[in-house]
Ligand binder design. Structure first.
Ligand code: V47
Length: 354
């Protein structure tokens, strides 16, 4: 059976076949991915009304790709108080946010209680809001800095009101590339172990992949297959999110910045290879909204959300600092030929915009 036949027959592909998908022309690959997407979701395209909150940029780790954390390039340190965090959450929830996506840098001075207390204060005031927070990199940092085991951090998160984990900190799993990008941070094995532990509590999470820097196509396929293996065991991943590398204000140069074609191929390949992760998210903050809308025809079924305020990617040059108005989001999806569906954080449908 040739490769195209295998994809059409839904045969699971290996590393070599995954790499060979990149050699197909864009339209053939797109059509293959689109068929799978349509089979699962018809004409629906998902989004949520969410608020990103980044409580601190003070970071004990140094990742070459990061423009957000406070370093020589960005000397403006900040750490929000619990009161400030709750105030931001309150404003957003009053304006319709249904998910708080809270991600911090690795702050070595404020302690575990600063992280967890914020969740408890939000939860006390808003029993129903979905809190998506703590990347595996943050959990590993709290373990390294304060001597808690992964299990202890995870149990404390759950007790404090965290509902699901975001997919950050995965970067690229290949050990050599990872060492160059972010030596000292959570390893690939640890990242996967932490998500496995989270899933074993019946909880769900997402997975990202940062691409378009020094990695090769082969590294991307390897990354996706490591996620597929874990998903076979746990079934706990909701969405896979390929993040396109943004190149301003950081220390990672000499990169192979991807063309639009390469980005679309990567979404399509994710849809084909990850036969056990339901949602492929085109996170418009890194792909641009234009490419994210096209990605809907290349395997993606989700565009993330309105975001409201975005600090990590916009620090590195993305045009996402002020999020997107819900009406604009809905009409962009409609005008691109899809049916917008507002979802909650766990992909339950809340409203279909016919
Ligand atoms: O892990 C840092 C990435 C991630 C850059 O789970 C960069 O729904 C591009 O994980 N260019 C954090 N990316 C964001 C994240 C995320 C985003 C949207 C949705 C979800 C989800 C998770 O941001 C980090 C890192 O890979 N990042 N710097 C940069 N220069």
């Amino acid at each position: 059976m040739d490769l195209i036949e295998k994809v059409r027959s839904r045969v699971r592909l290996n590393q070599e076949e995954g790499e060979a998908l990149y050699d197909l022309d864009l339209y053939t690959l797109g059509e293959l991915a689109d068929d799978i997407r349509k089979e699962k979701f018809g004409n629906k395209s998902y989004f949520n009304i969410n608020r990103h909150i980044n409580p601190t940029n003070v970071c004990a780790d140094i990742c070459k790709f990061c423009a957000y954390s406070a370093t020589r390039k960005n000397p403006n340190q900040y750490t929000l108080t619990h009161e400030q965090i709750v105030e931001i959450a309150t404003n957003s929830i009053e304006n319709g946010a249904k998910e708080l996506h809270i991600v911090s840098a690795h702050n070595p001075t404020d302690g575990v209680e600063w992280y967890m207390g914020a969740f408890r204060k939000i939860r006390e005031k808003f029993p129903d809001i979905h809190i998506k927070s703590m990347t595996a990199a943050e959990i590993d940092f709290l373990h390294r800095q304060y001597g808690l085991s992964y299990d202890e951090v995870i149990d404390e998160m759950i007790a404090s009101g965290v509902d699901s984990m975001p997919g950050g900190g995965a970067e690229i799993f290949d050990e050599k590339v990872r060492e160059y990008l972010c030596k000292g941070k959570v390893t690939s094995k640890q990242w996967l172990e932490i998500h496995e532990k989270w899933h074993s509590r019946g909880k769900e999470s997402n997975a990202t992949m940062l691409f378009g820097h020094i990695e090769t196509r082969s590294h991307r396929i390897d990354h996706m297959l490591r996620l597929r293996d874990l998903q076979d065991k746990t079934g706990g991943f909701n969405a896979f999110i390929p993040l396109v590398y943004q190149k301003e204000n950081n220390y990672l140069k000499n990169c192979n910045f991807p063309t639009g074609q390469e980005v679309l191929k990567t979404y399509a390949i994710a849809r084909i290879l990850l036969d056990n992760i339901p949602n492929i998210k085109a996170y418009w903050a890194t792909s641009t909204i234009n490419l994210a809308l096209i990605a809907q025809e290349f395997g993606a079924n989700d565009l993330d959300g309105t975001i409201e305020k975005e600090s990590i990617q916009s620090a590195a040059g993305a045009k996402s600092a002020n999020g997107m108005k819900i009406d604009d989001f809905i009409s962009l999806i409609k005008n691109s030929g899809f049916t917008p569906v507002e979802r909650d954080s766990l992909y339950n449908e809340l409203k279909v915009y016919e």
